[in-house]
Design a protein. Sequence first.
Length: 688
Amino acid sequence: MISAKLPKIFYGGDYNPEQWPEAVWAEDVKLMREAGVNLVSVGIFSWARLQPNERTYDWGWFDRVLDLLAANGILACVATATASPPAWMSTKYPDVLAVDAEGKPYYPGARQHYSPCSPTYRRLAAALVTRMAKRYAKHPALAAWHINNEYGCHMSECHGEASTRAWRGWLKNRYGTLEALNAAWGTAFWSQHYYSWEEILTPRRAPYHPNPTQQVDFKRFMSDAFLELCTMERDILRAATPEVPITTNFMGFFKPLDHWRWAREIDFTAWDSYPDPATGHAAEAAAACGHDLTRSLKKERPFVLMEQVTSQVNWRPTNLLKRPGVMRLWSLQAVARGADGVMFFQWRASQGGAEKFHGAMVPHGGTAESRVWREVKALGADLARLEPVVGSRIQARVAITVDWNAWWGVELDSRPGRINYAATVAEFHRYFFERNIAVDFVHPGADLGDYDLVVAPALYLLAKNDAVNLEKFVARGGVLFTTYFSGVADENDRIVLGGYPGYLRRVLGLWVEEWSPMMEGETNRVRFAKTTAKDGVKGPTRVATCSHWCEVVHLEGARALATFAEDFFAGGPALTANAFGQGAAYYLATKLDAPELARVLDGVCARAKVGPVMASVPKDVEVSLRERDGARFLFLMNHGAKAARVRLAGVGAGAGAKFAGVDLLTGERVGRAVTVAALGVRVIEVGT
Ligand code: GAL
């Protein structure tokens, strides 16, 4: 459970009362009650209203908002308001402005223009948060703290003076000596040797590729610099209210922040999910991927879907709305995948400002005739019925590795070809999503004891310890599946010499001599040998198309399950399996299209003995199981346009398992099979 004060599924949204006359607030709380709203995030962009100048704070209106909420039984996730500093601040102290790689400042007038390293920003943010924490520590409405907002969202790099100073400090801390830095960065190349710390700059506009290790380190540093802001606020809040849980809202696969380092500093994770309705079924796959990531970042506690939209956003070139039923379906999907909170941006649609065309729980036209409002109210009622689910968890036996260092490294300039890291990870996630196999994300260095299968796509940059961790996982009986261009460089982006994939060479039983990316539209073919279940990939001889990347692989104990059929690569291994210790390690030296990859992964899952909860689920029906102290909650979500009939029977190790029980949403008792309406959801408390 996230908060003992609110043992329910959180339901509400960003509430920005400062945009409205106080007369509207009374209507707001009345409508919140009508919709079943139990929590709102307040104050996210209120800094300018809370502090008119450096010496004056204006808490009166905020007191009245919180009092009104409390009087109406609505709790608050109180935001620290530090995401958008007031204009007076940069007028008085221009050093708060962030500076881009060309040396140009970001000016106020939008939001998030502050430099994370500005001592002035830090001082004023700390002063605001200290007062806020003290003032509201005992307020009955306070249920959680929301630090800042989407750190790094619009501005994730600062090259100003304060940032450059802080960067040098960070480097001193990492390397200790200039010798060590010079060695790690490979500054013998292109006459880049540094003789004093003052010579070192952030990677700014340069005539050609800046030093790659400097670039990766700068990403690490910036992630840490923003994190320092977050922990600074957290420490202030925690000192005032040790029992109140603290979060900040993430954005799923967001490249600038190393989320593994971030998640351990907060009490519960939250994210903002805006899948594009224009992308069809890819939208729900993308949302599922973000939910699984946010849940995995802090496995021990449910997460909160902190923001989504009721209808349409305003920031894509074309902003399709969610058709009737989609908002409910996608909200319950978040719960199905581990969320204990479903919130929106925002409560009431703005009349002015840059987001007035962004959907909200209360639309411009009011509530009476509004489809959106009807759906908002119905969702509130549905979530109230799901109270028994609170605190339950998803038990995955499969994990996909995600490492921000690998992401930063693989996508730098000066690589052999383009690899889109997040898209590659998402492709693998999609397989498990479509097969309804529960999947977590993990750091490659994490404890892998919970898993039977670990998929490690494009782990280009891999620290030795993490490679050893993966090797141990296999030695103890795990199944590892990794892909081309993995293990190539160490944590300093230096090649691990002696044959790729470096420290993974032993566990994979092969080495890679060279590679070539393929041009857009170019393909090769892969010939699969006839295999049996024993080989892990069962099937007749077949030929499949591959693209994107080809490698020259030499076997050192591994067996080729498929070989390239064309070009200079012909005859060389394309897919290999290596028995290692008690387990097995697979290597895919190219990119297969989705159906072919699925066939391969089916075999790998069979080898690892992992599978879905239930057999023969109709297409477009998503299945998820949450469990707590023997209680089990089966979620069936129909993303298709037609009603689907689902047989409630277990599969694999769970064969014979029955899922009869009561549908918490309808109270209906269901037995052997159940119909899930188009865009419908069933949440069956199994065994009741
Ligand atoms: C989020 C942000 C909100 C709002 C929303 C619009 O990124 O946190 O403040 O801007 O997007 O979709």
